[in-house]
Design a protein around this ligand. Sequence first.
Ligand SMILES: *[C@@H]1O[C@H](CO)[C@@H](O)[C@H](O)[C@H]1NC(C)=O
Ligand SMILES: *[C@@H]1O[C@H](CO)[C@@H](O)[C@H](O)[C@H]1NC(C)=O
Ligand SMILES: *[C@@H]1O[C@H](CO)[C@@H](O)[C@H](O)[C@H]1NC(C)=O
Length: 413
Amino acid sequence: MKILILFFSFVLAYNVEALDNGLAQRPPMGWMSWQRFRCLIDCNLYPDDCISDTLFRQMADRMSEDGYLEAGYEYLIIDDCWLAMERDEQGKLQPDPFRFPYGMKNLSDYVHSKGLKFGMYEDIGTRTCAGYPGIQGYLEIDANTFAEWDVDYIKIDGCNAEQSEYEQGYTDFGMFLNNTGRPIVYSCSWPAYLETGGTPANYPYLAKICNLWRNWADIQDSYNSMTTIADWFAKNQDRFITSAGPGNWNDPDMLLIGNFGLSTEQEKSQMALWAIMAAPLLMSVDFRTIDQQSKDILLNKDVIAINQDELGLQGRRFKRRDEDVDIWIREIAPIVNGEYSHAVAFQSRREDGAPRAMQIFLSEIGLNNPFGYFVTDLFEPTNFKRVVNRTEEVLVRVKPSGVVFLKLVPQAN
Ligand SMILES: *[C@@H]1O[C@H](CO)[C@@H](O)[C@H](O)[C@H]1NC(C)=O
Ligand SMILES: *[C@@H]1O[C@H](CO)[C@@H](O)[C@H](O)[C@H]1NC(C)=O
Ligand SMILES: *[C@@H]1O[C@H](CO)[C@@H](O)[C@H](O)[C@H]1NC(C)=O
């Protein structure tokens, strides 16, 4: 009962406080160019990899035809390095004429013709992080340009701006987006620039103006980068978990899955932790060359369902490194007799060879339903698939740097 009341007041708070553009009711899912393709702009040297019309059309084709769109990944998002170095004569943004010869509206139409939504990138400052024109001084004209191009999602980075300019800039740009009348998901990198500089961000305010926000530093293609981000989120979780919910999300940055830096077990770890954190699932991989194992992890529909859970309650790290295995927990639907279902991830930081066996009572992690829980293992579906009761120990074996990811649904009687 107490849980239900808490949940109800949480939902009420939302209707009053949060950005109301009707979007991002679940964490956004899609693909973004940066982590895999960065700022490769030499199309003579790297014709297949350069940031260009061709690359995005090929990714749109693969996304819509290879099962990603069907699994829920709907936004195709162009990150930095799409722009020409100068605005046009009317002061409007324009893409690089050689790499985007048909213009952005034409590419947007193509992406939409594949059933996908179209996302773009800009920067609140004078220049983007890679040095292209920023939106400072052009907020209204640029919001209108994005709406003319039928953009559905915009990431606004925070390079080349003063800290004192962020609040006004991000707030005003949100207002100009709203004025266009086009529903556009608004992703704000503002807090990442504050938090990495040691200043705590105002998350309740961010929830009023942005659909999602990057809290912390950029991800790099390594397990160390991924776990550093997860640890920062865990350490600071109490400051921003309550600002997440339908319409508003904390963003720990892109999925590395399918690239160069993570092993298969580490890829499962990222997918599980991002699901617990209700993180946007933004892939950044070359769909033309991804291997089947990584693809299966990205398309795991049970794990995606945890990420996209209807309650939108962000999970947390519950316990740190018992035997060097972290336990992460998220409350999810369905609620049975006033008890939440739960997703529980055991994520190992161990490096010794054998899978680590761990035995726990469900009550140790706060799960006290008298009739027990139906348990499924989301990456190893042949495990469990049965009711575990309060007086029974759950045994999991967690591979080094891997994860065991369980879903537990309370039984009614
Ligand atoms: C995009 O531009 C190409 C080349 O000019 C043209 O053939 C095509 O019809 C355009 N596509 C759309 C959707 O406008
Ligand atoms: C603009 O803001 C109003 C008030 O919050 C909201 O009702 C409306 O849906 C928003 N429109 C767009 C296009 O975001
Ligand atoms: C819990 O499980 C044990 C072992 O399977 C069983 O003997 C016991 O009856 C169960 N208790 C409840 C309350 O279901």
